[in-house]
Design a protein around this ligand. Structure first.
Ligand code: SAM
Length: 135
């Protein structure tokens, strides 16, 4: 049986993927069957309402009955890269589920490697979320 993914997926990705620079706040509404987001909505601001707006824009870009998958930093109050500080909204799995529950018909929340102290600069683990938007 041939594998679902080639050993090196890069050539295929290069053919099929179009990279467009933009802001999460400008995503088109109901444009995609599925969307993924990794460490974005909670890692671009320290303002909870801005996090909520980014999350809303991400979920709204999926069509009704579509699928989202996303990962969030857990317990982060910001992080440092090459000596420069970047912001984050400090969240746990319950807060992420609460922020998503009115926007999704189904939600699965999986904490990954949550520790009592920081595992890298600015976070104590990650939270993976998948779900379906209401049809
Ligand atoms: C913590 S990094 C995560 C990067 C990458 N997704 C990853 O997992 O390695 C947050 C990213 O959000 C980007 N960002 C900042 N403001 C944004 C916005 N308004 N819309 C979309 N992305 C934004 C930053 O440039 C940065 O690359």
């Amino acid at each position: 049986m041939s594998p679902l993914l080639p050993n090196d997926p890069l050539p295929l990705l290069t053919q099929r993927v179009r990279i467009v620079r933009g802001s999460i706040f400008d995503l088109p509404r109901h444009a995609y069957d599925a969307a993924t987001m990794f460490f974005c909505a909670e890692s671009i601001t320290s303002c909870p309402s801005e996090f909520e707006s980014a999350l809303a824009a991400f979920v709204a870009t999926v069509r009704p009955g579509g699928i989202i998958a996303a990962a969030f930093l857990a317990g982060s109050s910001g992080y440092a890269v090459s000596g420069r500080r970047y912001p984050a909204v400090k969240l746990d799995a319950e807060q992420i589920e609460e922020a998503l529950k009115s926007r999704l018909a189904t939600t699965a929340v999986t904490p990954i490697g949550i520790s009592a102290k920081e595992v890298r600069s600015g976070y104590t683990g990650a939270i993976f979320v998948s779900g379906k938007t209401p049809a």
